[in-house]
Design a protein around this ligand. Sequence first.
Ligand SMILES: [Zn+2]
Length: 380
Amino acid sequence: MAPTITALQYYGPKDVRLEQVPSRSCRPDEVRVQIAYCGICGSDIHEYLGGPIFSPPAGEKNPWTGERLPITLGHEMSGTIVEVGPSVSDPKLKIGARVAVNPAWNDRHHGVDPCTACSLGMPNICKRYASYGLSAAGGGLASEIVVKHFACIPLPDSVSLKVGALMEPLAVAWHCIRISGFKEGQTALILGAGPIGLAILMLLRVWGAKRVVISELTASRKQMAKDLGASLVVDPTESVTPKNGIDPVVEATQAAVQADGVDVAFDCTGLQTTLDTVLAAVRPGGTIFNVAIHEKPLVLNLNDVTLTEKRLTGGICYTDIDFRGLIQALESGDVPAESLITSVAKLEDVIEKGLLELIRNKAAHVKILIQPNQVRLAKL
Ligand SMILES: [Zn+2]
């Protein structure tokens, strides 16, 4: 009988099944990774509740990878290499090596000529973008995955497999900071202390931020932002008394940085109110950086950008450059990444204690990790 693995299969909205599926063969340029940990992401929840968004529509195949539903979910993974394809020559990728996986697919993975984005060094916005765990074969919410060898990021001894599974969301935050042009000694405002907002807060310290203000409603996340060293945590519904119609977050931010606004503001929430806030909270010539994915268009008066020479930009995902920078930061030991983990559950509990727990009890969590291959403790 062909070997099988356990995998969380996505069939469509509110239809996920933990099943035994055939184990894929390891091609010459691939490695097989036994999954140690896999995080659950907001996009997994969006797929579950209202998808397919990134996954192929029912009855269709992804045009670049040829994959169809069901798709194995999970794209925030770490693990140990258990098989190496014969053409893989990287000495760091040997059996037993601990790795994180960059799940993003671009033209290098497809083996075709690079598109404009790829040739400009922006494979994260490749026209043929796909991802393990959403639109390419295999995912991290499974006992193992077979991936291209160049998708693996070897983990230094000082970086745990748990932190390895956080590298994907941390790389999103690293990319946003890098692309925003943020410089040492500058100030920042972050709207929303969800996983990415908190990751940006944590990593801005590595980038030498002078002061970071964060705006958040949820009590537990406000506390976490304080614990992570935010200069000021503002609650947009209370905070200071609005005067003269000034946005209380803007007022508190300006007071905290003792300037006419911050150098860079990251909008991780994506509402009309948060766009209005970041536009007003950035100093003249500063940068408004959109992190959030929007469900509908917002109203923007471009005079707010033109008359103040503020820059309005955004970014998504990450490239290998971000993973390399991030791993150096993690190796330094100055990033308390594990503090983002609010729960660890077994693969057999992934639906109840993973997906559904994040939906029902969102305020209690930042990052839930799933541990598909638990170390079997010897019976006492
Ligand atoms: Zn491309």
